[in-house]
Design a protein around this ligand. Structure first.
Ligand SMILES: C[S@@+](CC[C@H](N)C(=O)[O-])C[C@H]1O[C@@H](n2cnc3c(N)ncnc32)[C@H](O)[C@@H]1O
Length: 287
């Protein structure tokens, strides 16, 4: 008979703090999904780690478990967490060559359609939407176009609808606008007062704003152009593929897709469904 050991098996070493953070991060994302039906599980971890560490400092929690506990009981805290779970950086006519390519390569084709639907996915506070609305007005496409501006962040959607930006940012917007081939002065499109620039609401009379998640929702409209810039960069490969599949399904045949300057179709399982229009500006067309 084998002798019984009198030495109890060593208890597993407690995880180091950084291991705890990783475990709690996965639990937090799973918890958010179950509790609030927002799915951040397919978001790139490097960026989430940084932003959630910042949330801990800002809210004064020591661990993600403490944050999760409070967030489960306080939906208002979850709403505030959108500012950490998502990145809201944007500017008008960001990457001017992209908007110039839309003006020169896409608008002439869009002019052949009697009516147009444009989906701005992940529109944030609306700078991309307003840029396209101005460009479409200058190209004579305004009357026939409905814009669908979607995002998961309710505060950002409200800002997008309002079209009000700090006047200090407008100088940079104007530089981009001119570099993008703007035909007038950006000043023609807004009124400045009390340190704010309010863009002319008539530019977006036919815009529809909607809460739509590229992670969980399905296609809701057929579109001739989808502009989804600087959103996929925060997704892992699987979620990028999901979103690109939605875009493929939503686009009409030969419809256009624009991505951000650091985003590409290259590694996607949907790459074959598209061909480049201006590869350098991440502008593609559905085959
Ligand atoms: C960096 S901003 C990009 C803003 C704008 N497209 C641009 O390029 O200037 C990223 C936006 O994607 C949104 N977003 C993040 N996850 C999303 C999802 N699953 N579905 C839709 N939008 C999402 C965020 O709320 C944020 O407004």
């Amino acid at each position: 008979m084998a002798a019984r050991s009198v030495i109890p098996p060593a208890a597993p070493a407690p995880p180091a703090e950084s291991d705890n953070f990783e475990i709690e991060l996965e639990l937090l994302l799973e918890g958010i999904y179950r509790k609030y039906q927002h799915d951040f599980r397919g978001y790139s971890r490097a960026s989430l780690r940084r932003r959630l560490s910042q949330a801990l400092r800002d809210f004064g929690f020591e661990t993600l478990s403490q944050l999760q506990d409070r967030m489960f009981r306080d939906p208002a805290l979850f709403t505030r967490m959108f500012q950490y779970l998502t990145v809201q950086v944007s500017e008008m006519f960001r990457d001017p060559s992209y908007f110039r390519a839309i003006r020169e390569q896409v608008a002439p084709v869009l002019k052949t359609y009697p009516s147009l639907k444009v989906w701005v996915a992940g529109c944030s506070s609306g700078e991309e939407l307003w840029s396209l609305a101005i460009l479409f007005a200058e190209e004579g496409l305004h009357e026939r176009t409905t814009f669908y501006a979607t995002d998961i962040n309710p505060a950002a959607l409200a800002e997008a609808r309002a079209g009000v930006y700090d006047v200090g940012r407008v100088r940079g917007f104007n530089r981009n606008y001119l570099a993008a081939g703007g035909r007038h002065s950006l000043g023609d499109y807004y009124h400045a007062a009390y340190g704010k620039a309010k863009f002319d609401a008539s530019l977006i009379t036919r815009a529809v704003f909607a809460d739509h998640s590229l992670a969980t929702d399905s296609v809701f409209q057929e579109a001739q152009l989808i502009s989804c810039r600087n959103v996929l960069i925060y997704f892992d490969r699987g979620l990028q593929d999901r979103a690109l599949g939605l875009f493929r399904d939503a686009l009409v045949r030969h419809g256009f897709l624009g991505l951000g300057s650091k985003e590409t179709l290259q590694f996607s399982s949907h790459a074959e469904a598209f061909e480049p229009v201006v590869a350098a500006d991440r502008l593609y067309r559905k085959r």
